[in-house]
Design a protein around this ligand. Structure first.
Ligand code: DHB
Length: 390
């Protein structure tokens, strides 16, 4: 088996890369350890930066996003019983689209299949070979048989637990990590929206976020102990917590409904450098993780893929390798920008158990500043919509 670009992982990074390469006449094969039904139902965040939404549209996979997603022009920050709006569009000229990540995945899978793209699910025992030579290969098992895929380049899009990152020798790598001592409890609810925009709330009891999926389905989160289990949380207890953290003193309140999904996610920041070794390049979660505050994970994966597509296109069209050589350095600028933003939003909005009363007052002072100073609101808004120079 031979292809030009071997891609490990059919998440947003792997599928989008395969699709963008196809549009440029470059062949790829995507190998995925999980099944199609599993990747299409895994619940993740739902905020697309305008650049992400525009790229999906340009690539011809934005039709359902356009009809089922919702364009938002602002977000709300809730603290001290009040709500303050950040007008993203007025401050930056950009908007965001609220459309769930697994819906993006369904659209990408459908596009790859419609184009007869090579996309293998339920692959096991994947290993990378000779990535530091001109003839790299990927070995794997599929449908009970062993295969070897020879390629020009190998792209590791297999997430933080995948095999790709480990193929870069430890001696050449430096990892940076920060684990947060809290998680997010997430629910999906059958209810009308509580607000027409997302609400990020800071409360002494902890952070909460009100997001949306459709006119009938809402997504909500609240800060919890990462070691807690969903069985400890009855619906009544969840609603009491959300009301306490999000309801405003002016009478705005969270709208309850039937909870049909509950999960707990851990929170960490992680960056692995370098993102390339020989003919292996990492993209998305394989190289970096952000805490969910601000929903940068998918957007960052898309940003990596954009840089990589341009570099691979320059190689196949013009024989240039300079963009490939500069990939890691180019991608890491945006990665660190997003890492800082996600960390900053996380620290500003969460209950930090090691924070003194003094530091808690600083959180409030920062929220006051960010919601009253045009300069400070603009900085938040530029980062949130992804329209930030790096
Ligand atoms: C969602 C998730 C986020 O992490 C965020 O910052 C905003 C929205 C969501 O799942 O809708």
């Amino acid at each position: 088996m031979r292809t030009q670009v071997g891609i490990v992982g059919a998440g947003p990074a792997g599928l989008l890369l395969s699709h963008l390469l196809h549009l440029r006449g470059i062949d790829s094969v995507v190998l995925e350890a999980r099944g199609r039904a599993q990747i299409e139902s895994t619940i993740r965040a739902g905020v697309l930066e305008q650049g992400t939404a525009d790229l999906l549209t340009e690539a011809g996979v934005g039709a359902r996003m356009k009809t089922e997603g919702a364009v938002h022009h602002g977000i709300e920050l809730a603290f001290e019983g009040k709500r303050r709006r950040i007008d993203l569009t007025e401050l930056t000229g950009h908007s965001i689209t609220v459309y769930a990540q697994h819906e993006v995945l369904k659209d990408l899978v459908a596009a790859r299949i419609a184009a007869n793209g090579a996309l293998l699910f339920d692959v096991s025992d994947t290993s990378l070979h000779d990535v530091d030579t001109g003839t790299p290969s990927i070995r794997f098992q599929h449908a009970g048989e062993s295969h070897e895929l020879q390629c020009d380049y190998v792209i590791g899009c297999d997430g933080s637990q995948g095999v790709s990152r480990a193929a870069i020798p430890q001696a050449l790598r430096r990892d940076y990590e920060r684990v947060f001592p809290f998680g997010w409890f997430g629910i999906l609810v059958e209810a009308p929206p509580s607000s027409h925009e997302l609400i990020y709330a800071r409360h002494e009891r902890g952070f909460a976020l009100i997001s949306t999926r459709s006119p009938n389905v809402q997504r909500m989160y609240f800060q919890c102990d990462p070691h807690d289990t969903v069985e400890h949380w009855s619906d009544d207890r969840i609603w009491a917590e959300l009301h306490a953290r999000v309801d405003s003193s002016e009478g705005e309140h969270v709208v309850e409904g039937r909870i049909f999904q509950k999960n707990i996610v851990g929170m960490r920041s992680f960056v692995s450098t370098t993102m390339q070794y020989g003919r292996l390049f990492l993209a998305g979660d394989a190289a970096h993780i952000v805490p969910p505050t601000g929903a940068k994970g998918l957007n960052l994966a898309v940003a990596d893929v954009r840089v990589l597509t341009r570099a691979l296109e320059a190689f196949y069209r013009e024989g240039r390798t300079d963009l490939l050589e500069g990939y890691s350095a180019t991608a890491l600028k945006r990665v660190w920008r997003a890492e800082h933003f996600s960390y900053w939003m996380t620290r500003m909005l969460h209950r930090l158990d090691d924070a003194s009363p003094f530091e808690q007052q600083l959180q409030i002072a920062e929220l006051e500043h960010v919601t009253t100073s045009r300069a400070a609101s603009t900085a938040l808004a530029e980062n949130y919509v992804g329209a930030v120079a790096v």
